[in-house]
Design a protein. Structure first.
Length: 340
């Protein structure tokens, strides 16, 4: 029995040394140390031994089992190490290299200006309204006091889809749409940022551009309210030292109508090259809402009054960031866009 044990030990050792994979080792473990393995078979026969021999052989069997167990463990560890080294050598990428970084995008300057304007007007108690870019002739012109043969239509002669459907030429149609939605409630206090379309195309005009419309209606609204709101807007958008100037103008949907200038940020109002020596830069059109427009929207001009304004977002952005060509906004040159 002693010899049998020695033989098992020797055989197991030899086979282990030859084994090259974890599967082979597992098989050997079953063969030598498993429940039906060779060592167990030998121990089964211990009953036939004399009482003197039994403890000696038992001890020897335990020693053999312990030795084999630790040999198996060593061999498993060695093979795992070899396998990992082989894997690493086969690896074509270096997993310790830092990962690829992706260039982060940023907001378009027009988005920045629209977002900032929204925040300013929300702070002044306004809500944000919306309207369709494909608009009916009725909302784009008719309901704004611009009947079919009105000469002021010429300035905005534009992309007609059919005689009655047009790509909106300004955000002003949202005025009447908003009045219809809210009437007869007051106050109405909305701005509407959005895209508009006209058939111009040069350094200061683009066939698609953005406007922000404003409309306020309530009992007793006066021109001074318009002035106060626009001054607050201009000083938050351009800086607290800026002033505004209001000049008489004409729009069919306002009476009286006014154009609003902001004092030049470069010369401070004394006159320089960028403001054409006037000290002022035009930023928007505005006025008191025409009684006809209030009526089209379902409000009674004997009960309420209102003011409205419309500004070009590109123009605001050009003044704010010192950009001299409107086409830069739409060329998508990453070197331009990365500056914001
Ligand atoms: N809709 C005008 C334009 O596109 C701008 C404008 C002028 C809007 C006066 C207004 C306003 O609301 O009161 O030229």
């Amino acid at each position: 029995m002693k010899e049998q044990l020695e033989k098992i030990k020797l055989e197991a050792k030899c086979s282990l040394e030859k084994a090259t994979s974890l599967e082979e080792i597992n098989e050997l473990k079953v063969r030598f140390l498993g429940k039906k393995g060779e060592l167990t078979q030998v121990l089964r026969g211990m009953g036939q031994l004399s009482p003197e021999e039994r403890p000696l052989i038992g001890q020897l069997a335990n020693e053999v089992r312990d030795e084999l167990n630790s040999l198996f463990q060593e061999r498993v560890a060695a093979i795992k190490k070899i396998e990992q080294e082989q894997k690493l050598q086969a690896e074509t990428i270096d997993i310790t290299l830092p990962g690829k970084t992706f260039a982060r995008g940023s907001n378009h300057p027009l988005t920045l200006v629209i977002e900032e304007a929204k925040q300013i007007f929300i702070g002044l108690g306004f809500e944000i309204a919306e309207g369709p870019e494909i608009e009916t002739d009725y909302y784009n012109f008719e309901a704004l006091n611009l009947p079919k043969d009105h000469p002021a239509r010429d300035m905005q002669d534009t992309f007609y889809i059919s005689p009655d459907i047009v790509l909106r030429t300004h955000t002003s149609p949202v005025q009447v749409r908003t009045m219809e939605r809210l009437k007869p409630a007051v106050p109405v206090k909305i701005i509407c940022p959005g895209k508009v379309y006209r058939k111009d195309d040069d350094a200061t005009h683009s066939p698609m551009f953005h406007q922000i419309e404003g409309l306020v209606i309530d009992k007793g609204i006066r021109m001074s309210d318009l002035k106060g709101i626009l001054l607050a807007f201009v000083q938050q958008m351009f800086g607290p030292d800026r002033r505004i100037r209001i000049r008489p103008s004409y729009f069919p949907f306002t009476e009286p109508s006014a154009e609003v200038d902001v004092s030049c940020g470069i010369c401070g109002g004394s006159g320089c090259k960028s403001c054409g020596n006037t000290g002022w830069l035009e930023i928007l059109g505005s006025g008191m809402v025409h009684p006809n427009v209030l009526r089209y929207g379902g409000y009674d001009p004997t009960q309420v009054t209102g003011f409205a304004f419309g500004m070009g977002v590109e123009r605001i952005a050009m003044l704010k960031y010192g950009i001299n060509d409107m086409r830069l906004f739409f060329e998508n040159d990453i070197r331009f866009l990365q500056q914001f």
